[in-house]
Design a protein around this ligand. Sequence first.
Ligand code: APR
Ligand code: PHB
Length: 392
Amino acid sequence: MVHRRTQVAIIGAGPAGLLLGALLARHGIDAVIVEQRSAEYVLSRIRAGVLEQTTVDLLREAGVADRCLKEGLTHEGIELSFDGALHRIDFRALTDKHVTVYGQTEVTHDLMQSRASSNLMTDYEAESVEVSGFDCERPAVRYLKGGVSHELACDFIAGCDGYHGICRASVPTDAISTYEKVYPFGWLGVLADVPPVRHELIYANHDRGFALCSQRSRTRSRYYVQCSLDDQADQWSDEAFWDELRRRLPAEIAEAVTTGPSIEKSIAPLRSFVAEPMRFGRLFLAGDAAHIVPPTGAKGLNLAATDVGYLARGLAEHYLERSSSGLDHYSTRCLSRVWKAERFSWWFTSLMHRFPDAGAFGSRLQQAELAYLVGSRSASSALAENYVGLPL
Ligand code: APR
Ligand code: PHB
């Protein structure tokens, strides 16, 4: 058995765990990350890529924002498409703020690189990871690595191991409450090295279902169409995907779509999920380990970032100021922000998607709400304010 000690054991090397590790390093707080997969596998996962200013500020605070600031695309609005027409929501005019389009894979890559070049400890391909002692002042993480048992003693455990991780699963069921909503459809996504159809994202409401035109760069695009949960990604040829996407867009946009071979194609289910509280003694949950939002509002990565922003600040107060205030308020602060993002993501999903049981009356209501939204400054402001990110 290999015995080691650290101040904070971080479970999971996704964006939440890696960003927490980087922020703690800036405060001189020692942390070890334990990840079940290889670094290559973690980097191969295709995820979203719309960053709020608060997330970019946290990347800057962690010293990993250079490439994002250089290569990220500044978007000062989005376009809504319905009834064959486009309607722009002008973030700059409505909130004096913008978002940055920069892939989550790039964020993860930058964080991994910074961690490796600072010789900070990350144990990838850790098997049978177990957490214990977080309710009795002796937190520890045990795992197997290359057939050798490891025990990592620590002061705190950060559960950044995603929705299917072991940290939330290790909490006694009577100590945790969960809230969930599963949507009756999925998103079929295609990544392709083709120029984006527009310089801003298009969210489309259409009789045939939702569609999204997004991007990673000026030469790489990401498109989504709402699909049935029974669908399989390999049942959809690229041609069928492009045809369906174009059917759901205004004619002049459909004609302007540059198609090409998909370099990634997958279906993601849509779910809203919240676990409360987010602290259990010396175990703190962050990111997808504690909450999931449907991707419509692009809040997943941004919520994970603000969670670890609050946690890093609380841990710094604990170690550097001997104050427990930040840690004691961690769960309440995060959940207040999480529920606002859950509400926005649920609302935007409900507005832009076709629900099987909505019927004609339901779709008329959607049309009326969309017409009201694009015709009302206060309603557009509310959308813009939530999309660019509520103040911390
Ligand atoms: N032991 C160690 N690591 C684990 C375990 C385990 N038992 N279970 C899961 N992990 C790792 C996963 O392999 C993954 O790399 O934890 C990491 C969790 O990363 P994410 O799922 O990306 O979650 P998070 O870092 O919270 O990022 C949230 O990811 O899914 C998107 O939309 C979401 O953008 C949001 C972001
Ligand atoms: C993406 O680029 O993958 C993306 C963008 C915005 C969303 C969801 C996904 O709301």
